[in-house]
Ligand binder design. Structure first.
Ligand code: DAH
Length: 340
């Protein structure tokens, strides 16, 4: 039986066909119910038990190889068939190719970069895998802060802690460690949090961080910059409002709302009848953070802000479910070209 298998292996290496019909004949010859390869499977029943494993393996290889050889022969003719159709009419238009479109998150990210670019902000990025220092400690997070918990953050290793960054604020630290002021930069990027996926949350999302450090930078500069951004992003009539908040790395800290894009402030279900929607966190960089990075906090001050790109995109385009951004359904994605 082994001889027969070897013989067929050799034979399969040499099969050729001049047409699809010949390929079909070869298939019948070897692989149909009564074909030569199939016949060996019948004979296999008579193989002594101790040889079954070895012969069985060879037989399966033979069958796969034969199938592959026949598929290969067939595909040649598929190509030839296409070519033949083209040759019949050389003026035939090419196959239709659907052009791709920019993802709405990329459109909004690029728009944010462009808006800040006009007032002198350059763009930088940092690693998505971070250590404790850049994601937490240098930003003044206390050891017992909930974000340091496995429940909230994806840890890759512990002691020393390595994790997927939970925010782009880590890039502030990296830039301040290597650059002396003036610093005027934004940092777009992906961030990760251990959250169940829903219409309003995802374990991966995108932020843009902003950082401005120089002599005499004040809260008024922060407010003016953010107002400029809000009007450029959402329209000239947009109002902003800053509410006091808390972040470990800024003091004072605030959250910024914009007047509701839908109702203009009179109240609707998008703004939950408050007239305002929150879009970012911000504040004056805590002097401790400057000192942690080797920047003289007696000489320099600065502000920082961080916003979620998904959130801004959802507001801008009135998208109600965050999951749509990750499904890659072209019927959804196509709707955003040329919208800026
Ligand atoms: N990192 C914060 C977050 O992910 C957002 C943030 C708040 C960034 C205040 C800042 C800031 O730069 O000043 O929730």
């Amino acid at each position: 039986m082994k001889d027969r298998i070897d013989q067929l292996f050799a034979e399969i290496n040499t099969i050729r066909a001049a047409s699809l019909e010949e390929v079909e004949q070869l298939r019948l010859k070897y692989l149909s119910k009564k074909g030569l390869v199939s016949a060996l499977f019948d004979d296999f029943k008579g193989v002594p038990a101790e040889k079954k494993r070895e012969v069985g393996q060879l037989l399966n290889e033979l069958k796969n190889k034969t199938q592959q050889a026949i598929d290969d022969l067939k595909s040649q003719f598929d190509l030839h068939a296409d070519a033949a159709v083209v040759m019949q009419d050389l003026t035939r238009p090419a196959d239709h190719m659907e052009p791709g479109t920019r993802h709405p998150l990329s459109i909004v990210r690029n728009r944010i970069i462009e808006i800040f670019g006009r007032i002198g902000y350059t763009v930088a990025d940092g690693p998505e895998i971070e250590d404790d220092w850049h994601n937490f400690s240098a930003l003044n997070f206390t050891p017992d802060h909930p974000a340091r918990d496995m429940q909230d953050t994806f840890f890759i290793a512990q002691d020393p802690d390595i994790l997927l960054r939970t925010h782009t604020s880590s890039v502030q630290i990296r830039k301040m460690e290597t650059t002396q002021p003036p610093i005027r930069m934004i940092f777009p990027g992906r961030v990760f949090r251990n959250e169940a996926i829903s219409a309003r949350a995802h374990c991966i999302f995108h932020q843009v961080e902003g950082l401005y450090i120089d002599e005499n930078v004040s809260f008024a500069d922060l407010k003016q910059t953010l107002m400029y951004f809000a009007k450029e992003m959402f329209g000239e009539k947009t109002q902003i409002r800053l509410r006091p908040s808390y972040f470990p790395f800024t003091e004072p800290s605030g959250e910024m709302d914009v007047s509701c894009l839908i109702c203009g402030g009179s109240g609707c279900n998008i703004c939950k009848y408050t007239g305002w929607v929150e879009i970012l966190g911000c504040g004056m960089v805590d002097p401790n953070v400057l000192d942690n990075c080797g920047i003289d906090s007696n000489k320099y001050t600065g502000f920082a802000f961080g916003m979620g790109i998904e959130r801004i995109t959802m507001l801008k385009y009135q998208i109600k479910d965050l999951r749509l951004f990750f499904e890659n359904d072209t019927r959804f994605l196509k709707q955003f070209t040329g919208s800026f």
